[in-house]
Design a protein around this ligand. Structure first.
Ligand SMILES: Cc1cc2nc3c(=O)[nH]c(=O)nc-3n(C[C@H](O)[C@H](O)[C@H](O)COP(=O)(O)O)c2cc1C
Length: 200
């Protein structure tokens, strides 16, 4: 009760403070007559499990917007800390006249199910076909059906578990990048009984 009394709040104007967001490299093009391109995206998320769907929100003025609208496909590449400079760079340079793969020293590699390339260096590559696009205002929401997923073998342990902590994950919050730290528990840890503890 005493601690609660110390928590003061301020009212801020409505905005996109939902944090942390991912910082993703979305690849597009390489199909439909478009050169491959990369766009950094933070407004993104998992939106459905069955079928697996992910969303990305893209401003119509982005060069990538026309590519994704026309080709109806993209790859969400989840970067590690190693790619953080490329993530920022692809988010401040437009691809109209620049080869962003070359400029960011990233390797385009074949996807399994879509025509756009994956980013080889990124630990997770999620290949999507646009199922729906929704014009929301400043951004258009593209909902992508996940057609294939590739993960880097180096992050899969002997038991087949994906050990993302080994990759060094990146997050974006209120204009700043963060390196995700130690794992503090598994799903459901709050209801698991601790070893050696007796029930009262
Ligand atoms: C961390 C970060 C997150 C971003 N998130 C988005 C986003 O969610 N949607 C968007 O339209 N632009 C976003 N941008 C801006 C684009 O990545 C940027 O305008 C980029 O240069 C567009 O590339 P293009 O013109 O080659 O498509 C973000 C930029 C950064 C640095």
């Amino acid at each position: 009760m005493a601690r609660k009394a110390l928590i003061e709040k301020q009212s801020w104007k409505p905005g996109n403070l939902l944090s942390p967001a991912p910082a993703l490299l979305v690849s597009c093009g390489g199909v439909g007559g478009y050169e491959p391109n990369l766009i950094t995206i933070a407004w993104a998320g998992n939106v459905c499990s069955e079928p697996p769907l992910v969303s990305i929100s893209v401003r119509p003025e982005r060069y990538s917007y026309a590519i994704i609208s026309k080709t109806r496909q993209f790859v969400v590449n989840v970067p590690s800390l190693r790619e953080s400079r490329a993530v920022d760079w692809c988010g401040v340079i437009s691809g109209g006249t620049v080869d962003k793969f070359a400029g960011a020293s990233l390797t385009p590699a074949p996807a399994l199910k879509v025509g756009c390339p994956i980013v080889l260096e990124c630990p997770i590559n999620i290949e999507c076909r646009v199922r729906q696009s929704v014009e929301l205002g400043s951004h258009t929401l593209f909902i992508g059906e996940v057609l294939a997923v590739q993960v880097s073998s180096a992050l899969v342990d002997a038991r087949g578990r994906l050990r993302l902590e080994k990759g060094g994950l990146l997050a974006f919050a209120h204009g700043q990048y963060f390196a995700l730290g130690r794992c503090i528990g598994r799903f459901g840890f709050s209801v698991q009984r601790r070893k050696g503890r007796t029930r009262r």
